[in-house]
Design a protein around this ligand. Sequence first.
Ligand SMILES: C[S@@+](CC[C@H](N)C(=O)[O-])C[C@H]1O[C@@H](n2cnc3c(N)ncnc32)[C@H](O)[C@@H]1O
Length: 497
Amino acid sequence: MKKKYIGQVFTPVKWAEWLINKWNIFDAWVNGAHICDPTAGQGVFALAMLHIARRNGIPITRERLSRLTLIEIVPSHLERFRENVKQEFEVDFPTSRIFCQDVITEGHAGKYDILVGNPPWANFSALPTDYKERLKPLFLQEGLVPDRQKMLLGSSRVDIAALVLKVVLGRLVKKNGTGYFYIPTSLFFGDGAHNGFRNYLARDSRNADASYRDFAVDTVYEWTSTKVFDGVGTSYCCARFRGDKRQDFPVSYFRESAERWVEHKALPLKDRTDPWRVVRDLDELKEGTTLEVRLSSEQVPRQGVNTCGANSVFIFDQKPSHLPEQFLYPLATKELWRQQTGLPQKWILLPYHGQTGKPLTWCQIEQYPVLRDYLQNVQQVLQARKGTLLRTALKRGSWWALLGVGPYSFAPFKIIWEAYGKDEFNPIVLSSVEGQMWQANQSMQAFIPCWTERDAQRIKTALENPKIPALLGQLNGAGKCNWAQPGKIKKILGISS
Ligand SMILES: C[S@@+](CC[C@H](N)C(=O)[O-])C[C@H]1O[C@@H](n2cnc3c(N)ncnc32)[C@H](O)[C@@H]1O
């Protein structure tokens, strides 16, 4: 991705107007407020204001224009905006109110009563490498990741929208000002990656001695069926942010249901920075949020094996007869839950030592000439794989390693559940096929390893508590990628990360 295309999801004019009308931003402007879109794209929010003015017969004066500000990193978007204003409204938009700059890394002198817009949506890990390097200190300063190490691990899923919001709410909004934004819902519901956003604090300047300002989210509208942004897989909402106000709960949370807005209440699962749960009625909160299940320190819920983009090398639809059987393992697929057949639909090659959970050494691989030849043929593909964690294994020379493999992968029993995109929580116990342990697949499934069948049955029975799917539902993951991922289950089971 080129820097100039970071997180571009333009708002349709209809929905820019919707947001402006929902929160009376137009009236505030006419009554003297200074408005700024800090990541303005082609200026749809400013254009929407001008459209509303024209429809209502309100003159577009120079003074009113001087209270609309656009900041955007891509110059051609701003040029397009000026042309559109000229064409549609026959006025020259003041160049003094247009800033072509990087709102994150460059200073901006103005402060505004109202911020409005749609910050870029993109995972940190998807940003261009050099830009990532420049942004890293800012992610750290804004508390979005606790340290550099975490930045490399799970927190690379932190969204750049979180950083932009912190920067603009900290530096561009006047005292007690307000921000209205379309944003991904993961800022409120992401476990791990967005805890740092949910400290509800933003730095008030770029200086080393900056102090922190509170900000609070008080109202959210989440779309569930209407397509505001076409072709966007991320789930999104719009929210009102209040500057210099401490975050209070519950938040008014409106969810689209059968073309209506149904009011809910949102509040953090346990700690203040936790992902939110959404309930219709506060009575639903009476049930506790932790389920007591006795687990040993090895029994933390985990994601499955990750080939880091080399599925075609490691995963097979049929058990390959040419590779040594002891390194081929049945891979869990949805059929285990749908058809309740215990027959593997896929197999995965793990060139690992079953006892230690460590990759085989090259010496050990050489004892299996077919395996050695197979791996040597794909050496380049495997060495070219990306991923910070994998890089450590690559550096050690084990270019045949995978992520998420350890002694737990070879435990004789696993309680395994579908973790991605589901709305049911159905843990099952799996052991082995022809002596080879079942493996969970990346984020599709998660599991808890067990070393006796009795223990596995005990934990499975505990996980069948209806409280778990109820809590997962409140955590807003139904149908989404983070439905029952290990982080959430850990929280529910009271396991600290
Ligand atoms: C999600 S788009 C939204 C644009 C516009 N507000 C809209 O709603 O149509 C985000 C915009 O932010 C711009 N952008 C990305 N990173 C930026 C940065 N660091 N500073 C300023 N603008 C940025 C992108 O070029 C893009 O136009």
